[in-house]
Design a protein around this ligand. Structure first.
Ligand code: FAD
Length: 288
């Protein structure tokens, strides 16, 4: 099987899709329907997130393992340092290996108290994602990816700090990065150039999520602590009273961003699906 870094190096634009572990059987059925539809377009890989505070540990292992066993997809499991000692992290990484998962997105995670709280590491845990990259790499033949923040991580004072964090993660053994949702393509290009200027060949895949409902705008800013680009907010606000127009505009914006990112040489596009396939597949179709 080809590894994710190889796909990013050789596939032109490698398309990937992100899911989260569902809470109940009904949502799990919806997720599997989406996974099956996405499987048909043969994406490069798919990923499953790890809930805040490690809350979905068992479900992340189960869903990602099932994708590995029952589909033709290449799965990647996210993992965070939040609330786990190093020995617990070793155990989870062992569970990933046993479930046939060899790709891990190594993250620090957000503070347990939410975005406004201060980050405090578990007393026997890890302080930053670079240490988790080293741990995962030390435990077997894993391919490790990391997070990147073109709009600046809320705890970083400058974008330079984020570029330095990426360099540290690359030096620890990360082979690719995926960004938070990109709403400003220039911001993505800026961060990419800063990493190149530091002499690292770390492929950085932009994350993309079509906004399909006006209410998502505020929720996303609150969840990510990330401002959406003014132009995106303005375009969606202009049609906010018309649900169909919001959806169409959200898909148009995501399509324009994806096309420009592809033209600028982004190694892939990572679609955040919210476990539904319709909107992201529409953007994917528009691109082809
Ligand atoms: P780090 O790389 O540790 O960076 C955090 C902050 O510390 C930054 O300001 C950085 O500049 C600084 N820093 C980094 N290294 C050092 C160091 N060695 N010394 C001092 N300062 C340092 N969260 C989840 O809970 N589950 C998920 O599944 C999940 N998936 C994600 C997927 C993507 C693509 C992205 C972009 C984010 C995801 N997140 C997820 C959110 C992420 O966990 C948070 O944004 C978190 O606050 C930062 O994680 P990180 O891995 O970038 O941390």
């Amino acid at each position: 099987a080809t590894s994710i870094p190889q796909m990013l190096a050789h596939e032109g634009t490698a398309y990937s899709f992100e899911f989260f572990p569902p809470k109940d059987d009904a949502s799990e059925a919806v997720l599997w329907e989406s996974i099956r539809r996405i499987e048909r377009i043969r994406p490069s890989f798919v990923s499953v997130t790890y809930g805040a505070g490690g809350s979905t540990r068992d479900r992340t292992v189960r869903i990602t393992g099932r994708i590995a066993r029952e589909t033709t997809l290449v799965p990647m499991a996210h993992l965070t340092c939040v609330g786990s000692s190093v020995s617990e992290l070793r155990q989870i990484i062992g569970e990933y290996a046993a479930a046939g998962i060899s790709n891990v997105l190594a993250l620090r995670g957000d503070p347990a108290g939410g975005l406004d709280a201060e980050w405090v590491a578990h007393p026997e845990g890890l302080d930053h994602a670079d240490a988790l990259v080293s741990l995962v790499r030390s435990l077997g033949r894993f391919t490790v990816g990391v997070a990147a923040f073109p709009d600046k991580h809320p705890e970083s004072k400058t974008l330079e700090e984020d570029a330095e964090a990426l360099v540290r993660k690359a030096d620890a053994g990360a082979e690719f990065a995926i960004t938070q949702m990109v709403t400003d393509v220039d911001a993505y290009l800026r961060l990419r150039d800063m990493v190149v200027a530091r002499g690292r060949e770390l492929p950085i895949v932009p994350g993309l999520m079509p906004v399909t409902r006006y209410g998502q705008l505020q929720r996303m800013t609150a969840l990510n602590g990330q401002p959406l680009a003014d132009e995106v907010t303005r375009r969606l606000e202009a049609v906010k009273d018309d649900v169909d127009a919001v959806r169409a505009e959200g898909i148009a914006i995501a399509t324009e961003h994806a096309a420009r990112l592809r033209d600028e040489g982004a190694p892939g596009i990572h679609f955040i699906t919210m476990n539904r396939s319709t909107a992201t597949l529409e953007v994917f179709d528009n691109l082809h």
